[in-house]
Design a protein around this ligand. Structure first.
Ligand SMILES: [Zn+2]
Length: 194
């Protein structure tokens, strides 16, 4: 299944639907009527969020589509604050990363130099709850910019959000997540349950 800009197998997609509260029926890897009905409810909530908080650039929209609709609401509210602030500074802000399957997370974990301490199932990105943003000057991605701190910090105005800029080890100012669960282990238990 292509969800936004990522490929997910049907079981993973069903788990994500269930995790978001969209009841796709059994996690059986079959893209049947229950899964399609769940998908329709997901899409409806996602469309409501877009209508309420606005639409953004193509790249951000592709990332947004991979997030739980509840996370999409948060991401759109944050973008609505961040986009004009970046504009004033003469740059652009876009979402660059949303949901990752366990396999994608494992591949990231193996990268050197190290970019993450989280293996598959250990990141809120695996459950549609987290997104990362990038600062761009035209088409150029700015890896370092003071704006990561000031733009990321805006997310702290939103309820139930944790900003990676407040982390103690491996500070990650480009990371924002929705706290539907107290920690990744708790989210993982629900996501993986039968
Ligand atoms: Zn992240």
């Amino acid at each position: 299944m292509k969800i936004g800009d990522i490929m997910l197998d049907t079981c993973y997609w069903q788990r994500l639907l269930r995790f978001g509260g969209y009841a796709p029926g059994e996690i059986d890897g079959v893209h049947g009527p229950c899964t399609r009905a769940a998908e329709a409810r997901w899409s409806n909530d996602a469309a409501c969020a877009a209508q309420e908080f606005g639409r953004f650039d193509t790249r951000s929209e592709a990332v947004l589509a991979t997030l739980l609709p509840a996370t999409q609401r948060v991401a759109r509210q944050w973008l609505r604050m961040a986009v004009p602030k970046a504009q004033v500074a003469g740059v652009e802000v876009r979402l660059i990363c949303g949901t990752r399957s366990y396999a994608e997370q494992d591949a990231l974990y193996r990268q050197r130099p190290r970019v993450t301490h989280a293996k598959g199932g250990q990141s809120m990105h695996n459950f549609g709850l987290a997104f990362d943003f990038g600062v761009f000057c035209g088409r150029e991605y700015l890896e370092k910019s003071l704006l990561y701190m000031s733009l990321g910090r805006l997310s702290m105005q939103l309820p139930q959000v944790t900003w990676g800029g407040t982390w103690k080890s491996l500070i990650d100012p480009a990371h924002i997540q929705l706290n539907l669960y107290p920690n990744t282990a708790a989210a993982r238990r629900v996501f993986e349950s039968q």
